[in-house]
Design a protein around this ligand. Structure first.
Ligand code: GLU
Length: 478
């Protein structure tokens, strides 16, 4: 039996939101788990809101996340085009089929008339929906509207019926058609409405499973009626829960960063992003929190996905990111840091140096996003780090100056590899000044790094080396 065919069908009307990315991830994991195919379909029929730049961004973000697709606008496939704006003839033909079987009718109502109807229904405490004003227009009435130059939209004729389906995540679902007004399938500008285009495309693209957010549940009822109207077999549906903010409201800009692009800019690694999105409302058999792609694919199950909303926790995302950073090969990490480093003005020569590798090796346990890098490495490069006020205060004390003076004295008179030089110098300072513990280490740290906290001092010293240490100690000794 051929594997399942699923699709990710974004509308290119904005940046890729983490919620959409999670939908893409679910479809991808499902396809890969079952040896099926993932189709990328661009739903760009809303001309006023769609933009090519968003489309390009979308491809880029999906590739960055490592979510590859098997058919799509940029890939060969048997069922293209995979861009809705290039399928208008198909929708037109399908509209004709519904016109011919008297399942749709032209509606000439203006925006104002529809709004008035809505308000009247709301005022009388009834569910706002289209009440069918144009459903029974006579031929003459239609002709008159056409003669007036009015362009109709087309509405689907709802019949009283119960729509039931088995959702793979939510179980048995039931909707009454009576509660739904005759809905638009083709707009007056000739463009297909979402529910109409999606049914035709999912059918023609032989989609077996529609996996999407639960915000589409009510659309599914309309779509099933359209499947029936066309005589198409509906696919299996699975509606996953949405991502929520900490206040349990749907995740939106006011909660902070929400687009994949924003997290990319912060230096979240794609593996961490994918891992975290997969964990949200966990759909894995594994209880582990850090999962590789292969583990995610192997352990994925829609049936296990949570029905309730998953709260987006940026701290946890960063925590996972920190783990991925720490576990990265240093060479790879340096490559990934490159754009952030270039932004901070590090030259290629510095970035590719041996010293730089050692620096990253040392600090990679200390940061959780790539964008934080500068604050962790500036101490290793002259002229990059400010001396913190606490360090200034500490360095002005007499004890500090004595400690640093002794340290400097030892370094000036001795040369050895840093690994031996550092403990020997410390021993000398301790004996000479009587300082110990914090009083011994802090002044040296403050002089060498301008900070009172940081990575282990012997390791910092080993990277800086004797010469640089001497230069840095001089202004703070004696
Ligand atoms: N273009 C729709 C959206 O982005 C697709 C929904 C669906 O998966 O059917 O919400």
């Amino acid at each position: 039996m051929p594997g399942p065919r699923v699709r990710f069908a974004p509308s290119p009307t904005g940046e890729l939101h983490v919620g959409n990315a999670r939908t893409a991830l679910f479809n991808w994991m499902f396809a890969r788990h079952h040896g099926g195919r993932l189709i990328l379909r661009i739903e760009d029929t809303d001309e006023s809101r769609s933009a090519l730049s968003y489309q390009l961004n979308l491809f880029d973000d999906l590739k960055w996340l490592g979510l590859d697709w098997d058919e799509g606008p940029d890939k060969e496939g048997l069922y293209g085009s995979y861009r809705q704006s290039e399928r208008l003839d198909i929708y037109k033909n399908h509209l004709q089929r519904l016109i011919d079987s008297d399942l749709v009718y032209p509606c000439y109502c203006t925006e104002e008339e529809l709004e008035e109807e809505r308000q009247t229904l709301i005022l009388s405490k009834r569910m706002p929906r289209y009440m069918g004003k144009c459903r029974n227009l006579t031929q003459e009435q239609k002709k008159q509207k056409e003669d007036e130059g009015k362009k109709p939209s087309y509405r689907f004729k709802i019949h009283s019926q119960t729509i039931e389906f088995e959702d793979l995540i939510r179980g048995a679902m039931k909707f009454e058609a009576d509660a739904i007004g005759d809905f638009i399938v083709v707009r007056s500008n000739g463009m297909p409405a979402y529910n109409f285009a999606v049914v035709i495309d999912d059918h023609l693209m032989k989609i077996t499973h529609v996996i999407r957010g639960e915000d589409h549940l009510s659309n599914t009822a309309l779509q099933i009626m359209l499947y029936w109207a066309f005589g198409f077999e509906p696919p299996t549906f699975a509606h996953h829960s949405l991502i929520l903010g900490k206040d349990r409201a749907k995740l939106s800009k006011r909660h902070g960063s929400v687009s994949i692009g924003e997290f990319r800019k912060q230096g979240i690694l794609p593996e961490a992003m994918i891992n975290y999105l997969g964990l949200l409302g966990s759909s894995f058999s594994d209880v582990k929190e850090v999962l590789s792609r292969d583990e995610m694919i192997a352990g994925f199950s829609l049936e296990r996905a949570s029905k309730s909303g998953a709260i987006f926790d940026e701290e946890k995302l960063r925590w996972i990111n920190g783990i991925y950073i720490r576990n990265s090969q240093t060479e790879d990490l340096v490559e990934r840091l490159r754009p952030f480093l270039a932004q901070s003005g590090y030259s290629d020569e510095v970035i590719t140096s041996d010293k730089f590798k050692k620096v990253i090796d040392l600090v990679k346990t200390d940061f959780t996003t790539l964008a934080e890098i500068e604050n962790h490495i500036d101490i290793f490069f002259d002229g990059r780090y400010p001396t913190a006020p606490e360090a200034v205060e500490l360095l002005s004390k007499e004890n500090s100056r004595n400690v640093n003076q002794a340290f400097l004295e030892y370094l000036t008179g001795n040369d050895d590899e840093p690994k031996k030089l550092y403990p020997a110098a410390m021993k000398f300072v301790k004996e000479k000044t009587g300082a110990k513990g914090k009083e011994l280490f802090m002044p040296v740290r403050a002089a060498l790094t301008g900070k009172i906290h940081g990575p282990e001092l012997d390791k910092v010293f080993a990277i800086l080396g004797r010469e640089a240490a001497i230069t840095r100690l001089k202004p703070f000794s004696g």
